[in-house]
Design a binder for this molecule. Sequence first.
Ligand code: ANZ
Ligand code: ZN
Length: 863
Amino acid sequence: MQERYDPAAVESAAQNWWAENRSFEVREDPDREKFYCLSMFPYPSGRLHIGHVRNYTIGDVIARFQRMQGRNVLQPIGWDAFGLPAENAALKNQVPPGRWTRENIAYMKGQLQALGFAYDWSRELATCDPGYYRWEQWLFTRLLAKGLVYRKSSIVNWDPVDNTVLANEQVIEGRGWRSGALVEQREIPQWFLKISDYADELLNDLDKLQEWPEAVRTMQRNWIGRSEGVEVDFDLATGGTPLRIYTTRPDTIFGATFMAVAVEHPLALEISRNDPRIAEFCAECRKGGASAAELETAEKTGMPLGVEAINPLSGERIPVYVANFVLMSYGTGAIMSVPAHDERDHAFAVKYGLPIRQVIAPADGSEINVQAQPWTSKQDMVTVNSGAYSGLSFAEAFDRIADGFEAQGRGRRRVNFRLRDWGVSRQRYWGCPIPVIYCDSCGPVPVPEADLPVVLPEDVSVTGGASPLQAMQDWVHVPCPGCGEPARRETDTFDTFFESSWYYARFACPDQDASMLDSRASYWTPVDQYVGGIEHAILHLLYARFFHKLMRDEGLVDSDEPFRRLLTQGMVLADCFYRTDADGGQAWYSPLEVESRRDAQGRISGGVLLSDGQPVNYGGMSKMSKSRNNGIDPQVMIDRYGADTVRLFIMFAAPPEQTLEFSESGVEGAYRFLKRLWKQVHDHVQVGSVDDLNPDGLSVPQQDLRRKAHETLHKAGDDIGRRATFNTAIAAAMELLNAIQKFAAGEAGGRAVVQEALEIIVLILAPITPHVGHALWQALGRPGAVVDQAWPAVDESALARESVELVVQVNGKLRGRISVSASAQRDQVLAAALAEPNVQRFVDGRELRKQIVVPGKLVNLVV
Ligand code: ANZ
Ligand code: ZN
């Protein structure tokens, strides 16, 4: 064994060994418990960032730990390879997106391998490969046949610079998230997946996901947004089609003082035709962002349409407005407004001087002032000012009013979901072609199964405008599969969430070229542990859950949910340093180029730029970002200290769900620990390794060290396996190393205890620092490779304390303490208690009527 710890040599040796022995290639084995560990696959942006490294290290530690528990562990990796950045890079560097993507994959694969992740590389996949995306094209045509896919013209957010449709989440303050251009509203035909058909199941099955963070389940629940209400028809005073509204509060109907419709509502459109002021108002509203979140915060505006509606219960006539806060895509696009009991209606009524009338009140009689503030409670309330419906609770009023409308045919109970159908069309080039052909006589025709995949042409030049597919005449013009007449291919591609919605299942059978999935998918799924960023808490996880159910209904998997346990890792933060230049702008310097200065309390107060020796200001810790130049390229750390140090630092610096504060001194600390461990093993094996530990013949200090080793093992197993607090397991291993260093091994018995304790440290750390583990296991003279070792069993007898302390009571009062051997019998304990001088004083020769011994705790003598 080398005396000096040389990470580069150690890491390549271990990695070669794993590759030669195909250590991480797995096969289905019905006789063994399987464990499928998956980290969210990366977008091949070019280089791993530190968030990736954290994500993959956490996943790898869990996978390796589960392997040591004897499970048949699958840990695959692949590439989420379609998406906009490839097109932008193509535009900038004049390389086709496919080439750029594959070059990035090659580089990043090397980075992942250098980090020693235990992936089954034989299953690697990239979603831009036709062998992958053909199956989502196939599924799409199946769903089309089943009626789960439809085409609909809809208003979209149009980014005039990127020439693409944006999701509502991609519109920030009315501008495109990437281009910053003012977003326009346009109507174009799009393909939709009917996720709404699964809304109830997606909601109810959240209850099965007990091992997901509660916060994520809540976000999903809110996103699905189930609501129970009533649709009611309000007649218009002028006659014609009644105005149908959706309300969850029919109990407040007597408080409706106006109505409001969306700017796209048929009534608003009809009146716009003759009223240019209304038309202009509607057009103006459509320009802004259409996201619900934005409308929530935007100033509420509207205009009276000049028509009145008749309240079906009170007969009152109330004005109808068109208003920007009513969404056409929810409910019926029209509402009754009750300003006394709804926030938005209240703000609107105050602004336009509309009446505010209280119709519900606190059941306990306390006063409220709805002119000043709406009161919105459903609980502990009673209806007031509501004619024959006064004096009722929410549930009573809801039911009576709903029953009445249903009997009259004027209304009906209805469940609505906030969740919208998933628009999957993207007007982008670098994505999976939507397998549809448009024919003038047959309409849209799905590409027949035999003609799949529709391969995306990769030899293109990207111009920045419309998708290059539109200009590829040879590709676009094809005969109609139905009638054979000239027809055109769809040039839109799928939303890239399509690919990431089912990759986890494909990893079970990536080589299957006759079907989307095969029986191996039922063996491996659901994923037992999924690890990824909280930014995917809603859309990615929801779409993957939806796809899992779609695939289940195709008979492709046999479970209801794709991910059994979910861990969402925290962000990585780093210090930021800056200088303010003459015109007030800030220049940011990488923390790696700055030597920080600390104040008396040890807090960073500033720093010096290494290149010019001049001071820089400290800007605090913040999320790593380009704008603050505080991103740390993990490759720099790997090159400097090795993969094990980076892995150890990441797992030690914080529990996985919390933010991690990057600091180079922390990385150095991890490196020093590994050097210390290396030296300890080196010094130990210099004398020779030992493997004949005799637990019975140990001295007290030897027993103490052995107990510490097994206590550490016990704690680490619980911390890693159950609590997922890897940092405390590492801290315990560090303490054990300290104890070994303080221990004077001396002769054979002591050296055997040290040998065992060192082996325990190596095994505990094996999932975290697997390369060092590989080398030290060999150095300790153990057979086999550490990667194939089982997690060691705790020796319960080693945990027993040499001596235990008991309290002694006489007639229930504390009279003394004794220390006895942990294995002492009842007689010996009693004898020791009676020999205690103070106890003797209180017993004082009297007859012992009762003697109670609670082992390990107390003795009570009754005299
Ligand atoms: C009258 C009322 C009185 C309402 C009251 C609330 C409080 P959820 O729970 O999200 O389903 N609403 C209905 N359709 C809408 C649309 N397209 N755009 C904007 N708002 C709409 O919310 C249902 C409530 O949101 C409905 O109940 C309606 O206002 C409003 F004291 O009707 B309510
Ligand atoms: Zn045709």
